[in-house]
Design a protein around this ligand. Structure first.
Ligand code: PEP
Ligand code: MG
Length: 328
């Protein structure tokens, strides 16, 4: 089977009834970005820029960042690359920056940290924009947005960086392309802000890892409560359904980049709910594409309908597992 799955990798993820699903890569390590390994993806749906930051001894310079970002933009030059601004704090503390807090996951992380350090944010966005000179495939994604004020402040800073880099580009004879800008949907408050953010962003990306953690108030890395952390919890599924329906209503492009998208059960449910873009770790790409290519969307829709009526995650899991097993 592994051979069949691998053999299918280069083919697009088109379901039995002809729906095209976009399968993107979650990347961070430079090894993740090898084109040979990832020939089957439609682009990079999430580039976690904190990964190279975590592997250094000090803050990388603007020049170093520009080189790193340029390398991934160039590797995937004909495909979209979604670059997320620094998402440190929480489970990802920087070794050269001590942050001591009682509740790191509820504390100074993601956009909260970078907006309090606009010089770090501006340097990073400038590096991204500089890296994108001559390419037309870069999108920018903002992590941990919990309200519109954070979004507006981020957009203001990005505009400032754009103006600076556009004039450098012009000196080199290039017109700098404006990146598409999106936010992560991972803090539950933002579910209620979709009507006001829809005109401010070009796309959204659902971070099901943090969305599950914050909706259920359960630490995603704490073994003691691992049983409570469940993305198949009816509340999480209803949140995911609400997001895809609302985005469709607003014609706002949406994808899912949390672990759920790279899990066979999760991918089937997400496509069944209406998602058409999934971003996942490299090890899951071949398997998920294979599954999507062999099951009709109508069956996934039935499965999602069942899941959305279930009252407990265990029922969803039992039913979906039975369904997957039934398909071999
Ligand atoms: C998420 O929260 O689902 C996500 C994709 O981001 P990260 O796992 O990097 O927090
Ligand atoms: Mg997250």
């Amino acid at each position: 089977l592994a051979k069949v799955v691998e053999g299918d990798l280069g083919k697009p993820a088109k379901t039995q009834d002809g729906e095209r699903i976009h399968v993107y890569l979650n990347a961070g390590l430079s090894a993740d970005t090898s084109i040979a390994v990832n020939r089957g993806v439609d682009g990079v749906g999430l580039y976690r820029t904190e990964v190279p930051f975590l592997m250094q001894r000090s803050f990388p310079s603007e020049e170093e960042q520009t080189q790193q970002y340029r390398s991934i933009l160039s590797t995937y030059r004909d495909k979209p690359v979604v670059m997320r601004t620094l998402d440190i704090g929480g489970d990802k503390p920087l070794p050269y920056l001590t942050i001591e807090e009682d509740n790191p996951f509820l504390g100074w992380r993601g956009i909260r940290f970078t907006l309090d350090h606009p010089e770090i944010f501006l340097m990073q966005v400038r590096a991204m924009l500089r890296a994108s000179i001559g390419f037309d495939n870069m999108d920018i994604l903002l992590p941990m947005i919990s309200g519109i004020a954070e979004l507006d402040e981020s957009l203001r800073l990005i505009e400032r960086a754009y103006t600076e880099v556009a004039s450098i580009a012009l000196e080199q004879g290039y017109r700098l392309r404006r990146p598409r800008i999106g936010i992560m949907i991972e803090v539950p408050s933002i579910l209620y802000q979709l009507p006001v953010l829809k005109d401010r962003v070009d796309f959204i990306s659902v971070g099901s890892n943090d969305l599950t953690q914050y909706l259920l108030a359960v630490d995603r890395n704490n073994a003691r409560v691992a049983g409570v952390y469940d993305a198949l919890h009816p509340a999480v599924l209803h949140a995911l359904k609400h997001i895809v329906e609302t985005s469709r209503q607003y014609q706002l492009p949406v994808s899912v980049c949390g672990e759920l998208a790279g899990d066979p059960i999760g991918a089937l449910l997400l496509v069944g709910m209406g998602y058409r873009s999934l971003s996942m770790n490299t090890r899951n790409v071949a398997k998920i594409k294979y599954i999507l290519r062999h099951i009709p969307v109508t069956e996934m829709e039935q499965l999602a309908d069942y899941a959305l009526k279930a009252t407990v995650a265990a029922d969803v899991r039992a039913k979906t597992t039975e369904f997957v097993d039934g398909h071999g």
